[in-house]
Write a protein that binds this ligand. Structure first.
Ligand code: ZN
Length: 136
């Protein structure tokens, strides 16, 4: 059983070529974890180009949602209503009338993003579960 996750902005080393990397894929085959840079993953994995492109797109979707989610979390923590509204605007939500509405909408969207991120990761897991991903 294979699971693959994407990690961004973590300084580490590619286990395939030994190069220091910032962004990596972690491939979990049963109990073993293998961390590989995005370039080596593209070049040396046993997946088709189409599958690699599909995975990249899905992880990009996850990253965008994580970014929006952390913006909301920061705004919520700061209790800065303007900041929360600003983030809402990015998400095209303009219907808040008072601070409590803004706070509750912010919390709602954080939850929504969590669910959407889980759902995309589940979609990825569904595709990879029967695939033995190898980088060689
Ligand atoms: Zn590498």
């Amino acid at each position: 059983m294979t699971k693959i996750t994407y990690m961004e902005n973590i300084n580490t080393v590619c286990e395939h070529c030994g190069t220091p990397i910032k962004h990596s894929y972690v491939i979990t085959n049963n109990d073993t974890h293998f961390r590989v840079g995005t370039t080596c993953f593209k070049k040396y994995s046993n997946l088709s180009k189409a599958s690699v492109a599909w995975l990249e797109k899905k992880f990009q979707d996850i990253k965008q949602m994580q970014d929006k989610k952390s913006m909301l979390e920061i705004a919520l923590t700061s209790e800065d209503e303007e900041e929360m509204l600003e983030v809402m605007k990015i998400n095209k939500i303009h219907w808040m009338f008072n601070y409590d509405d803004v706070v509750s909408a912010t919390k709602g969207w954080i939850e929504t993003y969590e669910l959407r991120i889980d759902s995309v990761q589940n979609e990825i897991d569904g595709k990879t579960v029967k695939t033995n991903i190898i980088v060689k």
